[in-house]
Design a protein around this ligand. Structure first.
Ligand SMILES: Nc1nc2c(ncn2[C@@H]2O[C@H](COP(=O)(O)OP(=O)(O)OP(=O)(O)O)[C@@H](O)[C@H]2O)c(=O)[nH]1
Ligand SMILES: [Mg+2]
Length: 246
């Protein structure tokens, strides 16, 4: 089965409010300690890489009777984890910024390490983690794919020269975890030199992906240049993520 291009979802809940944005000053070692599932995994009150919870409880207000209330307290929300990968310059940091309500940065400021954002929804909190896409950081990507609920793989649709590298990295990750749902985003569709979705699907080898696995392929312009170029791509990706994580 070919990957499923998604039609836009209907209007629904707006983007969640971002409550925590961190950039990568911490070492990979520290980060790796916080990462893993199982017994070593930190409690739900603490993020998978140690991010503070969205809201700490006021202990003098705490009443066990209220535990029965229908709205779960924010600190009790389960965590969902999304890894955002892709070659350098493909738009990962921009995606995280736009999701958290910030405007895209002018120019490319490479992520030297990782970058994360936490978005609360009604039922769970979504932790999105970007690992920088420069060559020396790609080595680390595979260490984290087995730890997450969904992988977003960002591609620069206009970067024809490096598409074979993007393809190679993507398939490495697909091989590493055959059960992981993957959202491939063909970003920068606003650029005149952007490749078409059909061409990209072919060049990325998505038509040969095992029919049993969940691979979604979306076009987007996360940070379109020029006036009047509002693009709902980020909203579509977010809504798909919520579906996959529910
Ligand atoms: N035209 C256009 N430019 C975009 C789009 N998305 C991102 N960019 C630009 O692409 C450049 C790189 O974006 P980043 O988000 O920093 O890329 P990255 O994937 O985080 O790169 P690394 O951190 O180095 O791995 C920036 O100048 C963005 O403004 C888009 O949809 N259209
Ligand atoms: Mg980045």
């Amino acid at each position: 089965m070919a990957p499923r291009p998604l039609s836009p979802f209907g209007a629904g809940a707006g983007l969640a409010r971002a409550v925590a944005v961190r950039s990568g000053h911490w070492s990979f070692l520290l980060w790796r300690t916080f990462f893993g599932r199982g017994p070593e995994r930190p409690s739900a009150a603490k993020g998978w890489w140690g991010a503070e919870p969205a809201r700490l409880p006021e202990w003098d207000e705490w009443d066990p009777e209220e535990e029965e209330d229908d709205e779960p307290a924010l600190e009790e929300l389960e965590q969902r984890e999304v890894l955002v990968l892709g070659l350098d310059g493909s738009g990962k940091s921009t995606f995280l910024r736009v999701l958290s309500g910030k405007s895209p940065l002018e120019g490319h400021i490479p992520t030297w390490g990782f970058n994360s954002v936490r978005l609360p929804t009604r039922d769970f909190e979504v932790d999105l983690l970007e690992i920088g896409g420069s060559q020396n950081l790609r080595f680390y990507w595979k260490e984290f794919v087995n730890e997450v609920d969904v992988l977003v793989f960002m591609v620069d649709s206009a970067d024809r020269l490096r598409l074979p590298w993007a393809r190679q990295e993507l398939h490495r990750l697909l091989d590493k975890d055959p059960d992981l749902p993957v959202v491939v985003v063909a970003n920068k569709q606003d650029l005149s030199e952007a490749m078409s979705m059909v061409e990209l699907q072919q060049e990325l080898g998505l038509q040969v992906v095992d029919s049993q696995r969940e691979v979604f392929f979306l076009g987007a312009s996360i940070a379109p240049v020029g006036p009047g170029s509002e693009d709902p791509g980020t909203v579509h990706i977010w809504k798909l993520l919520l579906q996959l994580l529910s």
